[in-house]
Every structure is written in C-alpha cells, then in structure tokens.
Design a protein around this ligand. Sequence first.
Ligand code: PEP
Ligand code: MG
Length: 557
Amino acid sequence: MQLQGIIASEGISIGKLKKIGFKKIYTEKGSKAKEVFSILKQNLINKIESTKNISKETNEIFEIYKAILMDPYFEELIDKNLENGDNLSESIEASTVEIIDLMSSTNAYMKERSSDIQRLGIVLQNPINEIESGKFIFYNDSLAVIDFLSINVNLIEGIITQNGSKISHLAIWARNNNIPYVYNIDTTKLTDNSDSVITKDGKLIIEPPAEILNQLKEEKINRIKIIEKSMYFQKKNLFYKNKKITIAANIGSLEDGYVAAERKVNGVGLFRTEFMFLAKDEPLSEEEQYKIYKETANLFNDTVIIRTLDIGGDKELKYLNLEKELNPFLGIRGLRLSLEFRDLFKIQLRAILRAAYECNNIAIMFPMVTIEDEIKKAKSIIEECKKELSRENKNYKVPSIGIMIEVPSAALNADNLIESVDFMSIGTNDLIQYTMAMDRTNNKVSYLYLPHNNAVIKLIKNVIDVCHQNKKWVGMCGSMACEMIYYPLLLELGLDEFSMESSQISFINMYHTYLMEHNIANILPWNEKKIEILQNLLDDFWIWLKEKNFSRGGIIS
Ligand code: PEP
Ligand code: MG
C-alpha cells in the first residue's frame, strides 16, 4: 500500500509503524481517582524535569505544562469534576479544557498553543510512551511534541499524522532534529508493526518490495554521510559563474542562532524577531533586545539580518488590543503595524542601532513593505531614534537597511523601491500566498502553492534584475530557498543569497557541488513546463550521490 502525504520535514525513514499519543481510560472515581491522579501527575513532572536537549520553544511549552500540573487550581478543577461524578479520565479532559479556555482568553501565545496544551490531558493519561529499543515510525491522527517526551530522539525514525501543517511546532521540531515527518495521511488505514518507509517525496509505503527497500536504505546512508561531511564544508564559500553565493540561516531566537552556529553556518538571512515577542505577555525591553541582538551577531562572521516585528496575519500580540480584522493577512501586519505602534517600533530600532554599533555585521530588514512611503516613514523614525540616542549619550550606528519583498505590487515596483534600500530579500511564503490568492494556513488550497508558476517566477526575476541593475544584492528567505528542486533555477536567475532553517543547509551545499560539475543549461527563459528539467536534474543528483563512495574521501573533501 502506498499513501501520498505532504512533507513537513523531508527525509527517508525505514521502520515499523507504531501508534502513540492515545490515552488510556482511567475509570477510577472518588478518592481512588485522586490517588491515581497524583501518581500520574508526579510521573509526568519527573519526565519533564529529566528531559534534556530540547529547543527553547519546546522548553517553554514544557514549562507551561509543569506550571499547570503544579498549579493548585488544576487540582481543584480535577476535584470539582470528580465530585460532579466524572471518572478520572473525564475529569482530566474537562479540567484541561477549562484551563485552555482560561488561558486563551488572556494570552495570544497560549491560544496559538492550545492544541499543544490540549495534549497535556492525553499525555497525562498515557505515561507509557517509553520505547526502550528499536526505531519506529510513529503515527496518530494528531500529534504534538509532548507525545515524544519519553522517547529518545534517536529512536524516532519518522512521524506520520493525518492533521498537521508545515509551520506547526511539531514540524519545526522535526526539521531541527532531522526527523522525517509527513502529514495528510489517512492514519485509520495504518496498523502497528507493519514494515514501512517514508520516501523523500512524502510517500508512506507499507510493506515495500525488497528492491525499493534496499534502494532507500542506501539513499538513507548517503544522506547521513552528506550531513556529516557537509558540516565542515559549510565554512567554504560557494561560487556560481564566478559570483559568491551566500547560504544563511533563518532563526527565530538566540537559541536557534546557537544551533545554526554549531552547524557552522556563516550568517543569518532572517531573524524572525516576532517569535520572541509572541512567547511573552509583555513586550521585550530595549535592554533585553539589545543584548539578544548583540549576542546573536557575535555568533557569526557574516551578516545577521534582523527583521523588525512581523506581527499581524496569523501572529497576534494580545496586549496590542488590535481590532479584529476580516482579512488579517491583508490588514495591519509587518511594517504597517510597526508604523502604527511607533513606541514599540522605536524600542526595537533603538536596540538594533545600539547593537549595530558593537557588531558591524548587523543589518536591518522591514517586513511586508508595499509602497515607498512606508520605507520613508520607517527611516524617519530611525532618524528620531538617532537624535534620542545622541541626546542620551548612547553609542549607535545605522546599519544597512533592506526590505522583504512579499507583496506582488512591491515585486513589480522594485525599481522604485530599490533607491531607498541597500538590499532586498524575497519572502516567497507570502509572495506566493498573495500572488496565487491562496491562504498559506489553509490545507485545502495548498495545491496552489506553486513556486515555479510563471507569474511567481516573473516577479522573482524582476526583483533580482532590478537589484543587480542597481548594484545591490538580493536574497531569498522564504521556504522556496531550501526546496532543492528550485535551487538551479534560482542560481540561473542570479539570486545572491539563500536563507533557510539551518538543518536544510547540508543538502543545498551538496547539490551546489553537484551542479558545479554538471550542465544546467536550458532552464532560462523559464516556463513552468520546464519543471520536468528541474525534476530530472534533482533525480540525477540523487543517483550521482549513490554512485559516489563516501567512505573513500567523499566528494567534498
Ligand atoms: C516569507 O513570507 O517568505 C517569510 C520569510 O516571512 P514569514 O514566513 O515569516 O512570513
Ligand atoms: Mg512573510
């Protein structure tokens, strides 16, 4: 049986299927129920406390779980529901829902994380997700990071769900840990212990024929070698047609910066600063931001591009008390919001200007720019910040200033906007959403996410050409930059910088090496029918990799 899913974290998995994340039913009532609850609670707290090596975001969620578990109010709710006649399972479920309702009404971050919190009730009732040995492909209709709490990451061969998204917390966690994860698979068709594989194009094959299995085993070994070998390769410069190509990391926190630096990435093409704000109930102070920006920049030799807040759309900051919008993705978001909340904007700009004085590799980038006037206004606020900082005798420097190109009109009008900025970075996640009129958060229209569509490529080409005509550099920090199939096309179009989650960089590095030795002509002028040429190139690359004997020095030594 073969099922096609959507890739949230690309890779190859080979293992037996195992269902996790389901709850056991506890039918105990009254005082026996209270006894069992305190054991379940303590077990989970112990596990949370003994969990190590997790990302900042995961840690934050685990801290929330712990706080809920230890909160006397949670216990009161459990008792109240038990007294009303619920059994223990019913009481845990009802109490978790009450906690979510309470938290969602006070904090936007909690609201976004409600599916994670909902799973607390399930994990609390299923504390036996402990796998001693063997690697499994874990599945269930919905899963969250907490379902993997008791499992050593090295034993997680892959993840399959019915519901999911590329931007879910689980997807980000899987990518960071190089765990293949595919969603949109009908999990009711799956049974435990069947031998299965996940392919790199998002298929789940149950009981695969021996030939396919052997082929995938070989490919998988090669991929592991690529990751290991390209670690030191990432320090080297890449060139295409005598031009230096920069590969940089996308980060959302200082901790992500440390992970990228450990992976030997040279710079940051996108620091999504809003994630730090979404994790708190109040804005970060100038001093907090200044320290974070400085520490992040010090981790890298190359440029670190700090993007100012991109709040709005699907990222809501409760404490701003924004009016509900009918079309939030078309409303007050990105730079539009910063210009409206000048005080918040000024605190961030002052922090960046001060950090830039200390670190000369900082650059600043504005998101969701639509017209030139917005850039002018943002720059005039920078002038105000300069005056204030001078008056306060604080050191500052204005770094290079760039904008994201995410709005089709800005891409078409790049020749007008370029005069006001030092660089541009193409945000394809939004550019494609707005060009194809497809909500990036809606699974049902995800078939319209077509980076190679003629209209999208025309916009990208225009931005690249305009930047080069004006002797400025242009990068890309949307997901298209790390989708390997498009890499040769973007190289041919002349893109200078590719920025992506740091776990994805190894493969782009290797593909670049391959392309240097092979002919990639006939891609331009672009026509979407040529996607076949790109697919063939990528298929040939995987075959080429297989033919190389990595153990004898490999191809990148
Ligand atoms: C983009 O739109 O491509 C982008 C990088 O920004 P974000 O995904 O944060 O909206
Ligand atoms: Mg965007």
